[in-house]
Design a protein. Structure first.
Lengths: 108, 108
DNA sequence: GAGTATGCTACAGAATGTGTAGCGTCAACG
DNA sequence: CGTTGACGCTACACATTCTGTAGCATACTC
């Protein structure tokens, strides 16, 4: 089944958008892909390199989902974020700094 | 190996905190657990219910990781977020509203 | 037409997640 | 004391998902 808000997320009978989002983001590499696209369009193969050579099988699966969800699109420049996707990526950009602080905390 | 900033994340030789965070959050149910703890402490069994009856095996594994990462702790009231964990959860709280808007967009 | 790049698929083996049953501990009840 | 019920948590067989490698079909360059 296509993952989309309105369709039930795994383990949640409601199609509540946040649950669908958490379901999708909670699959390996999804967050990472969004993160690596933050600086503009990249080819499939370049994206693979950025993601430490994920298997193309999986990368393609993720990109398909993200395209269904209107977060990513593909043109002759390669893959890139849609406006909504960029918006989401921006939310995660804040996490980068947060993670640095957090690391200091954890490692003490 | 214990997941911690400083240790390499899966698929990333660097221990860069964000990568570790993405690795951890990109495991099923991790985001959901953080989300369900947003309103205060809950017992293991209650948390399980909130998470649509995830298997206790997995829930326990996730909680262990989140405790290692100082995002969650356990006392006689049950499981709850640490200050850092609450901070992180707050970041994701914004996602709830975002997801609602996004849903309208996707479903058009 | 050989070389190189693209997006993407196939497939076997490994890792991860799921679902159910139940253990050991404790506190309350009668 | 013996039962009942709730707690955190573990065992284990089964299912799904992810990984890694090989390679196809297409297109453009020399």
């Amino acid at each position: 089944m296509v993952k989309k808000p309105g369709n039930p997320a795994r383990g949640s009978s409601t199609g509540r958008p946040l649950m669908v989002l958490l379901d999708v983001l909670g699959q390996r590499w999804t967050l990472r892909v969004l993160w690596e696209l933050r600086n503009g369009r990249v080819t499939f193969r370049a994206l693979r390199s950025l993601c430490d050579e994920v298997s193309p099988t999986l990368l393609n699966a993720r990109l398909k989902t993200l395209r269904d969800l209107a977060l990513v699109d593909l043109d002759d420049e390669g893959y890139g974020l849609t406006p909504k996707g960029a918006d989401l990526a921006r939310q995660f950009a804040k996490l980068d700094r947060w993670a640095e602080d957090w690391a200091k905390d954890v490692l003490r």
